[in-house]
Design a binder for this molecule. Structure first.
Ligand code: CUA
Length: 176
């Protein structure tokens, strides 16, 4: 609150100061720099996976997963089939309340097309320790091309809150 009225009645109609123009230009150029860095880093930083997404009905997706499980299951782990699909093939995983289905076993240095979809709600695909994070959305089939380059047991956790047993939604991917 001003006690006295401004000396200039039209106080806001000033020419823009040089320093303000300079800062607007600096901020704009920095924004552009970050934008192009993002694109460059996608290609050369090998951090963010290229991700394709296709619309699909949950039951259609489940049919493809069941087919892979029927053809390539190598053993059971409790109630979970462990599936070892041929190198270079399409591999499928379902996220649903509250499990990732089935368990995949992949070969080191082989490239796979990994498909992900949800049967019900949003789930997360967080692969540790590789720190790969993908959101799994029902109605969409996400496809990422992966080449596991280290053997071992990878941990898979759901990192989208999906209900009362969200914390139990964890699994493994084996790479040998
Ligand atoms: Cu699925 Cu949290």
């Amino acid at each position: 609150m001003a006690i006295t009225p401004p000396s200039e009645r039209i106080w806001w109609k000033e020419p823009v100061q040089k320093v303000e123009i300079v800062w607007v230009i600096v901020a704009f150029l920095w924004g552009l720099t970050m934008f192009f860095t993002m694109i460059w880093w996608h290609g050369f930083g090998q951090q963010n996976l290229s991700n394709e997404a296709y619309r699909i009905q949950p039951f259609q997706y489940a049919e493809k997963v069941d087919k892979m499980i029927a053809e390539h299951t190598v053993r059971q782990e409790g109630a979970f089939p462990v599936v070892k699909p041929p190198p270079g093939s399409d591999v499928y995983m379902i996220a649903r309340l509250w499990k990732c289905w089935p368990i995949l076993q992949l070969e080191k240095d082989q490239t796979y097309r990994l498909h992900l979809s949800s049967m019900d709600y949003n789930h997360g695909f967080s692969l540790q320790p590789a720190n790969i994070n993908i959101q799994i959305v029902p109605g969409y089939e996400h496809v990422v091309t992966v080449t596991p380059n280290q053997s071992g047991t990878y941990a898979l956790v759901c990192n989208e809150y999906c209900g009362i047993n969200h914390h139990t939604m964890a699994s493994n991917i084996y790479v040998k």
